[in-house]
Ligand binder design. Structure first.
Ligand code: SF4
Length: 269
């Protein structure tokens, strides 16, 4: 049985037809595609930011960081992030954001605990939930942090486009599903001793950060959506089109929209 990737699951929420193309017909579905790293394209900028953020933490020496003043701490972190003209403002924001997080950890938990709070529990974590009766669920989590006060872990996602405006309720709804997808997998396979009950998102382009606890209702909704996915796959449909402005960015638009609607119009006389 073919796995369901997080991307496919999120696609299905947006357009069932797009999911059908991706899951059943796209030869790229199971292939590794070299990530785009052209700093002029939005996708390339996103990849470069993700790479920079991922590589920051192994270069950090927490003992050294403890001795720095706030301003020097920002410089310390910034120096360990790449210099890429097109995304430098994002990286500046990220250095400042992580410095704030470090200072908060130091104040709240002291010198002995700050490393555990600041250093992610995992970065670019691949997760997979296998089953004998249904398709496996897979995904890549950008980062997982430890929240000592909550005795919990937090999924952290980096989103870099204007589309991901964290002030928009529907974006938060989508992110709840996306992060819930990872949390469900990792909690079900008991990857960690403590549960993942929080999620957060950083958008350096919009200079936004959002963090919240998973609501029981969102997790229940996710289970229901998963049951819906299984039913659709089993019945091979129906995969309805959802025609919206997002079709303009859809890889399958030519195939999907060609001839669509021909003969469907009724003109009332
Ligand atoms: S073009 Fe639009 S309707 Fe067609 S598959 Fe893509 S998103 Fe769905």
């Amino acid at each position: 049985m073919k796995s369901i990737r997080k991307t496919a699951f999120m696609m299905l929420k947006n357009c069932a037809k797009q999911f059908e193309y991706f899951y059943f017909k796209d030869p790229d579905y199971d292939h590794f595609n070299e990530p785009v790293t052209d700093p002029k394209s939005p996708q390339g900028k996103g990849t470069l930011f993700h790479n920079g953020a991922e590589e920051l933490f192994p270069q950090c020496d927490v003992k050294e960081m403890i001795s720095l003043e706030r301003e020097d701490l920002v410089k310390y972190l910034r120096k360990r992030l790449p210099d890429i003209r097109q995304i430098n403002p994002w990286l500046d924001y990220f250095a400042d954001f992580e410095a704030r997080r470090f200072c908060f950890g130091l104040d709240a938990y002291g010198k002995d605990e700050v490393a555990k709070v600041f250093m992610p529990v995992a970065r670019e974590k691949y997760c997979k939930l296998e089953s004998k009766t249904e398709p496996a669920r897979t995904g890549h989590v950008d980062r997982i942090d430890w929240l000592p006060n909550e005795k919990a872990l937090c999924i952290v996602e980096y989103k870099t486009g204007k589309y991901y405006n964290l002030e928009k309720p529907w974006i938060l709804t989508n992110l709840r599903s996306e992060c819930g997808w990872y949390a469900a997998i990792l909690n079900k396979i008991k990857e960690y001793d403590i549960p993942i009950t929080w999620w957060a998102c950083i958008n350096p382009m919009m200079q936004q950060y959002h963090v919240e606890k998973f609501h029981t209702m969102s997790l229940k909704a996710l289970d229901k959506q998963w049951a819906g996915v299984l039913k659709l796959i089993k019945n091979k449909g129906p995969f309805e089109r959802n025609i919206t402005p997002l079709c303009g960015h859809c890889k399958y638009a030519n195939e999907c929209l060609y001839n669509y609607g021909e003969g469907d119009f009724r003109i009332d006389r």
